[in-house]
Design a protein around this ligand. Sequence first.
Ligand SMILES: Nc1ncnc2c1ncn2[C@@H]1O[C@H](COP(=O)(O)OP(=O)(O)O)[C@@H](O)[C@H]1O
Ligand SMILES: [Mg+2]
Length: 593
Amino acid sequence: MAETYATAAPDRSAVRSLLRLWPYVRPVRLRLFTAAFVAVLASCAGLVIPLVLKWMVDGPVADRDTGGVWLGALFLLLLGLAEALLFGMRRWLVARPLAHVEAEMRAELYGRLQRLPVAFHDRWASGQLLSRATADLGLVRMFLAFPLTFLLVNSVTIVFGVVIMLLQDWRLGLVILGPAVPVVVMCVYFENRYAVVARRAQDQVGDLTTVVEESVLGIRIIKGFGRHRTQARAFRELSSTLRGTELSKARLLATIWAVIVTLPELAIGAALVLGAVQVADGELSAGTLVAFLSTALALRWPVDSIGFLLAMSQEAATATERYFEVMDEEPERDAVVRSAPAPDAGLRFDGVVFRYPDADPGSPPVLDGVDLHVRPGESMALVGATGSGKTTLTALVPRLHEVTAGRISLDGVDVAALPREELRARVAVAFEEPTLFSASVGENVLMGADDRAGDAELERALAVAQAEFVHALPQGADTQVGEQGLSLSGGQRQRLALARAVVGRPPFLVLDDPLSALDVHTEAAVEAALRQVLAGTTALIVAHRPSTVLLADRVALLSGGRIAAVGTHHELLRDNPDYAHLMSGTGRQEDDR
Ligand SMILES: Nc1ncnc2c1ncn2[C@@H]1O[C@H](COP(=O)(O)OP(=O)(O)O)[C@@H](O)[C@H]1O
Ligand SMILES: [Mg+2]
C-alpha cells in the first residue's frame, strides 16, 4: 500500500470535478430536470403564501369580512397542499434514476478495477478502492438527489423572494439584503477550507477500511501472534485521526451556520422594527409588512440550508475526484507490437529485463537479460534462490506485468502482440498462493477452461491434481469454497489451483511452485499424474525440491537476474556448484514470497 492517495490538486475546482459526472447523469437528465422544475414550482408556491396573507390583512381582516377570511384560509391550505405534493413528486422522480446512476458508476469502477494492470493493484491499498466503490459513490448519489437540485431551487427562490420584498418596500428590502455580501464572502472562504478537510476525511476512511480489511483477512496471523492489540491500536489511532478530521469538518460547518443563520436573522429583526415604525407613521400598510416579513421568514430555510448544501457538494466533488483517480488510470491495453515471428516454436525469453514499476529507479532490475528457450513439448524447471525473481518471471508470461525490455514469445509470436484473451487461453498458470473464489469447487476449477468443458474435463483435472478429496466433501464438487464457503487446507487449495491450470489442456503451462504445500506422498502422486499432462505441453515450472525438478526435462538456474545455467538435473548437479548447493538443502528452501 505504497501510494494511497494524491492530495487535492492545487487547481482543483469543485464545479469542474462535478461536471465530470455529466456522462453518467445524461441518461436520466430529463427526469432530473423535471424534478428540479417541480421543486422550483413548489418553492415558488410557498412564496405566494405571503401575498395571500397581505390580501387577507389589508382586505377581509381590516373590513371584518369573515367570508373573505375563510376564502383566504382555503387558498392558503390549497397552496400548502400543492407545495407538499410537488415536493413529494420530486422525490419520486429522482429516487430510481439516481439509484441507477450510482449502480452504473459502481459497475464501471468494478470493470475498470478488473482491467487495471497488476502493477496498479500493487500500488493501491484495497481499502482505498473499496471506500471509493461504496462511501464515495453514496456521496455522489446524495449530491445528485439533494444539493444539486436544491442549490438551484434555493437560488431561484431567493431571487424571487428578494424581488417580491423589494417590490413591497424597497427600503426594507435593502435592509434585508445588507448581510448578503458578508455571507457570500464567508461561503467562498468556507468552500476552500472545507474542500481540504473533506478530502482528508475521505482518504482517512479509505485507510481505515484497509486496516479493517487486513485484520479480517489476516485474522489467523493476528491471533496466532497475539497481535490483536497492535492491530486494535492501529485501528484506534486511525479512527481517532478520522474523528479529529470529522470534528474539524463539524467546526467549519458550525461557523458557517452561525454566520448564515445569525446575520439574516439580525436583518429581519431590524426590518421588523423599521417596518413597525413605518406602519405606525402610516407610511406602510400592515398587510404589506406582514407579507414582507413572511416572505423574509420563508426565505430563511433556503438561505440557512446553503451552508450544508455547499458542504455536501464539496464532499461530492471530492468523492468524484477520488472516483476518477481510479477511472483515469490506464487499463491494460493490447499493444500493437508487430514484431516478425521468430522461427522457434515453444516458449522463448529473449533479453528479458524487468523492473517493478514502483521500485526505486536506481535499483538494479529484478530480471536483467533473461534468455531461455523452452522447446515445444518440453517441460523446464526453473530453480533459484528465494527472491531471485522466479515468481516475477512466471508472471511475465501471461503479462500480469509488462516486460521492461526484451521479449517473450509463444511459438514465435510476441506475447505483447497477442490479444490478452488469446494469450490467456494459450497459457494456463498456477501460483504458489492459490486463490479460490466464493463459488463451488467445480466452478473454481472450470474457470480454467472454456465454457464447453464439463464434468468429464473436471474429473480428469481433479485426477491429475490428485484432488480426489473433492469427492469426500459434503456436496462433492458442488461444495462452496472460498471466503463464504468451506475452508480448505493449503495443500488442498494448491491442488485445486493446479486442476484449474490443467483443466483447459493449455498448450503452455506456467506453474509457480505448485506443489510446495503438499506432503511427500501426495506430491509423488501428483507428479506421476502431471507427467502425462506435461508430455503434450510446453511448461515452465518453478521448483524447489529435487523431486519436482526431476519431473522436468531440463532445469534452468536463475541467478543475478539472468539464467546462469541450463541442463538436466544431473548435469547441473555435477557441473554447477551453485545449483548443487541449492539442491543440497533439506529439500525445500523456505520461500516467503
Ligand atoms: N510487487 C512487487 N513490487 C516490487 N518488488 C517486488 C514485487 N514483487 C516482488 N518484488 C521483488 O522482486 C524480487 C523477486 O521476487 P520474486 O519474483 O517473488 O522472487 P522468487 O519467486 O524467486 O522468490 C524480490 O526482491 C522482491 O522483493
Ligand atoms: Mg516465488
